[in-house]
Design a protein around this ligand. Sequence first.
Ligand code: C2E
Ligand code: MG
Ligand code: MG
Length: 654
Amino acid sequence: MLTRPTVSISLVLLLLISTSGVIYYVQRTLLEIEEALPIALSKQERDIRVLVYEMGRLVQDIEFARANTGLTSFGVVLRQTDTVELFLDKMSREYRFNDMLGISMIHARINPAVYDIKNWLTNGIFNFEPTSAHTLELVEERAKQAYEEAELLLQEVAQTAVDRLTVQAGRIKSFRSVMVITLAVLTLMSIGLVILGLRLQRIVIALKDSEEQIRYRANYDSLTQLPNRANFVEHLHEAITRDRRNNGLTALLFIDLDRFKTINDTLGHDYGDELIKQVADRIRRATRETDVVSRLGGDEFTVMLTNVSDEIHASIIAKHILARLSQPYMLDGHEVYSSASIGITLSPIDGRDVNTLLKNADMAMYEAKDQGRNTFRFFTSEMTDRARQFLEVDKDMRLALSQDELEVHYQPIYDTQNHKLVGVEALLRWQHPQRGLVLPTDFIRVAEETGLIEEIGQWVMRRACSEVREWLKHDLHPEFYLAVNISMRQFKGGFDKAQLQRILYETGFPADKLLLEITETLLMDHDTRTSEVLAEFREMGVRLAVDDFGTGYSALSYLREFPVSTLKIDRSFIRDITQSKSHLGLVQAIIAMARGLHLKTIAEGVETAEQGELLAELNCDMVQGYFYSKAVSASEVEKLLFSDRPHVVAVRSV
Ligand code: C2E
Ligand code: MG
Ligand code: MG
C-alpha cells in the first residue's frame, strides 16, 4: 500500500521536471529559429542585391557621363552617388546589431570607394575639375571596383544565407525528433499518471467502502442486518433523554427464544442461523417503522417502542410478536416450531438509565420463562427483590458448604417385579439454621448459575460414596447401586475421569456400583469432550442414566451415540399414567424402545399402588417414588436395609 503513493509522487515530479526542461528548450530553439528566419535572411540578401543594382546604375551613369559630357549627365552621376551613399547609410544603421550575413563588410569594402567617388565628384582630383574627363575616368574605375566588390559580396552573402538556412533546417529536423520523442514520453507518462490516478481512485473508493463497512459492522448485526447492542444502547439512551424533556414513555421488550440452543444443537448451526434470520424478520414486521428492533447476540432480541401510551399498548405488541414467532418456520424444507419469552420494562417508570432498563427487561424475560415460556411479563419491583434473594442464597450456600449445613438424603429404588431394594438416588438437602430443610429446587438453579454447583456436586459425590460404601460391606442385593445427579454445569466445569477416580479412590467406592444421572440436554450438546469423558466413565465401569427422560428436545439418535445404560422416565409421564391413554402409550413406547436398545428403565415419581402395578405390567425394570419412600437420611436407609426383611420394600397396598 505504501509504494503506490511513492511511485505516483515521483512520477509527478519527473513529469514536472521534464515538462519544464522541454518548455525551456522549446522556447530557446524557437527564439533562435525565429531570429534566423529565411525572411530576415532574404531581406538582408535583397538589400545587398539592391545595393549591387544601385552600384551598377552608378557605373552606367558614369559611363554615360563620360560619353556625353555635360552638366546634366554629371548631375545624374552625383544624384546616383547620393542614392548609393544614403542606401549604405541605411544599411549600416539597420544591420549594426543584426548582421547575419556579414553585411558589415560593406563598410570595409564599399564605403571607402563611395567616399572617394563622392569626394572626387565634388572636389576634383589632382587639380582636375570634377567634371573633367580624367576625373570621370578615375571615378569610373573606382565605381567599377566597388561594383565588383559588391557583386562578390552578394555572392558571399547568398552563400552564407544558404549555409545558415542549411544549419537551421538541420536544427529544425533534430528539434522535431526531440519534440516527437519528448511528446511520446510525456504522453506515456501522462497515460501512466491517468492509469495510476484511476488506480488511486479505485483504492480511495475501496478504502471508503471498507470504512463504511467497518462503520456498518460496528453498528449492525451481520446475520440479521439489525442494529447491534452498541447501536441499540445509543438509541435507548437518546429515547430516555427525549422522554425526560417531553414526559414521554418508552417500552423496552427483551425477547429470548425458547429452547433455541436445543434447536441449534439438534439441527445444526446453519439452521440455527436461518431461524434467527426469520425471527428477526418476523419481529420487524410485527413492529412499527419507528420502533427500534435489534439483536443483542445469540437468540436475544430487543425492541424499543417509543411514544407508548400505556402498558396495554406494549402488551398488545408483545402478544403480536409472540403470535408471529410461534408460527411454524420452514428451514430448508423442515417444519420447525419455536416460541419466545418476552420481558417488558417501561422508562421512566421502572428506570431511567440504559443498564437498569436492560437488567429489568432481562429479569422480566426470565420470569416469563419460569411461567412456562411463550409468554411475556412486565418488570415488577419484586423481581429486583428476587434477584437480591438470588445473591443472598448464593452467599448462604457458600456458608452452608463451609459450615456443614448440607447433607445427602437417599431415595430408595426398587425392582418392579420382586420389590427388592436395588439402589438409592442421592439427593441433596440443606438444613438451613433458620429456614429448616431446604429442597434442591430452591437452590440448585442458583448454584448452577453462580457455578457453585461444581463444588457442591463434588461434595455430594464424596459424601454419598463414603456413606454408601459402608452399606456395601453388608449382604445387599448383588446389583445394588448408588445413583448421583451430575448437573450440566458441573460436567462442563471440568468434572472428568481424574476427578471421579480421585473421589472413588479416597472413599473406596467401586466404580461399577455407581450410576451417574445426566440430562438429555448434555447429551445433545454435540461436544466432543462430552462424548470422550462419558466414554471414559463407561470404561471405568461407571454406568450412565438419562434423568427426566422425555422432557428434553427429543432426538433419540443420541441414545445410540452415548454409552447410556438406563433411562429414568420423567415424573410428568408417570403422574397421569393411570388416567391418560396418551401418557400410558408414551411410557409403553419408551419401555419398548429401551428394551430394544438393551437399556434398563426406572419410573420416577411413582405415588400410587396403581401406578406401581401398571408399571410392573408394562415391564418397567425399576420404580422410585413417594409411594415407596421419599428421600430419607442415611440412618433411615440403614434401618430399611438392615431391618428384618432386608432389601424388600414394605409395599403398603401390595
Ligand atoms: P431428580 O434427579 O429428577 O430427582 C428426583 C426428584 O423427584 C427429587 O426431588 C425427589 O425428591 C422427587 N421425587 C421422587 N419421588 C417423587 C414422587 O413420588 N412425587 C414427587 N412429586 N416427587 C418425587 P428433589 O430432591 O427436590 O430434587 C429435585 C432435583 O434437584 C432433582 O431431580 C435433581 O435434578 C436435582 N438434584 C437433587 N440433588 C442433586 C445433586 O446432588 N446434584 C445435582 N446436580 N442435582 C441434584
Ligand atoms: Mg435424578
Ligand atoms: Mg428425575
